[in-house]
Design a protein around this ligand. Structure first.
Ligand SMILES: NC(=O)c1ccc[n+]([C@@H]2O[C@H](COP(=O)([O-])OP(=O)(O)OC[C@H]3O[C@@H](n4cnc5c(N)ncnc54)[C@H](OP(=O)(O)O)[C@@H]3O)[C@@H](O)[C@H]2O)c1
Length: 348
């Protein structure tokens, strides 16, 4: 048996993403070998492929952080898992819970560590999480980064409360899971998006109000108007440089802005008197810990939440999945079905 992976072999760029083969790795005493069934893409993976994720992320590299599989072999000191368990590896292999460790970013899947676009993955047994049984493999594959980031954004610095108003920017993987979790928590959800078609999909999913920023570029004003001029209790800031100031304007005095994304750029000017006078809390999120992942899974199972899967590509067609993400096609998380159509089979 052979391990098959896609790897950035000779440099960055999609043209350097190549199929490679290697012997199936043997887990160390405290590791598990996962036979991967599905993987999922995030915006971050495009940044990695383009070589813009910082100096620590270098080829050769197997991309992607998100995925799910079944344990094929246990290290001889592992006693709390069993062969056949369906698990996801954590995004950070070194964050069990509590405050993040100082070397957090050195142990990230999909850069700097080899990621989930592979048939076999060895990770520490302490860094895997059993996934909810009601999910298909493709759905479960979206949880480690996209799903958990949404969960953390609604839990920090304190959990979202029923009846609060949350503004979520965009309709990407993080935003869609945040919508589902926020509705399950009893919140009122306002979203922004870029087309009427996407707006209709978000409304079908339960968004209470959707602002199409292509026709209403002053979306922060619309969000304030929808909250009697007060502003939203919490804003999930996924846009970055070009949206941050509007997100601040859309937040109520004393409200919380959760800093998550940077799709429109990394450096944002801030008009400090405005921020200071509103007494805002700005809380950044970095995916989340294993403990948070387990808490999220309990909520997903209880509320029977299914992450939204959009396009699914065969393992052989993985480069097409990156192109689809880059073109911002479709709606929902883009997955790579490593085991083929079986990864779409509904959960229990
Ligand atoms: N901090 C963390 O731990 C963490 C974890 C995961 C992701 N992230 C970051 O979060 C962001 C989103 O990630 P993702 O994987 O969900 O991305 P994604 O699936 O690629 O979605 C990105 C979304 O951004 C929206 N968007 C694009 N331009 C925008 C603009 N000018 N204003 C508002 N929205 C805009 C688009 O939605 P519409 O077309 O519907 O507007 C698009 O669907 C990325 O910057 C990613 O790096 C951070």
């Amino acid at each position: 048996m052979t391990k098959h992976s896609w790897s950035l072999t000779d440099g960055f760029g999609l043209d350097n993403l190549r199929r490679i083969e290697a012997p199936i790795p043997v887990p160390g005493p405290r590791d598990v070998l996962i036979e991967m069934r599905a993987a999922a893409l995030n915006y971050r993976d495009l940044v990695v492929i383009d070589g813009k994720h910082g100096r620590a992320v270098q080829p050769p590299l197997v991309p992607l952080s998100d995925g799910v599989g079944r344990i094929a072999k246990l290290g001889n000191e592992v006693s709390d898992l069993a062969e056949g368990d369906r698990v996801s590896p954590c995004f950070f292999l070194n964050w069990p819970g509590g405050a993040p460790p100082v070397d957090l970013v050195t142990r990230r899947l999909g850069g700097p560590l080899d990621g989930t676009l592979t048939t076999h993955l060895v990770v520490p047994a302490s860094a895997v999480v059993q996934v909810p049984a009601h999910l298909s493999d493709n759905e479960a594959a979206t949880l480690p980064c996209a799903g958990l980031t949404a969960w953390s954004a609604l839990q920090e610095p304190s959990p979202l409360r029923s009846g609060e108003t949350v503004l979520i920017l965009g309709s990407g993987g993080v935003a869609l899971m945040a919508l589902q979790l926020a509705k399950a928590a009893g919140a009122r959800v306002i979203m922004t998006t870029s087309s009427a078609d996407r707006a209709a999909r978000l409304q079908q999913m339960g968004a209470d109000m959707v602002i199409d920023r292509s026709v209403q570029p002053e979306w922060s004003r619309a969000a304030r108007k929808a909250t009697d001029g007060i502003g939203c209790d919490r804003v999930l800031e996924l846009g970055g440089a070009r949206t941050l100031n509007d997100s601040l304007k859309a937040t109520r005095p004393g409200g919380v802005v959760i800093l998550i994304g940077n799709v429109t750029g990394n450096e944002a000017p801030l008009f400090l008197p405005f921020v200071l006078s509103k007494r805002l809390t700005m809380q950044s999120v970095s995916v989340g810990s294993k403990q948070a992942f387990e808490s999220m899974n309990r909520a997903l199972a209880y509320h029977r939440i299914h992450p939204v899967v959009g396009q699914v590509f065969a393992f052989d067609d993985a480069p097409k999945a990156f192109r689809a993400l880059d073109r911002h096609e479709g709606f929902g998380n883009i997955c790579v079905a490593i085991t083929g159509p079986e990864a779409d089979k509904p959960g229990l």
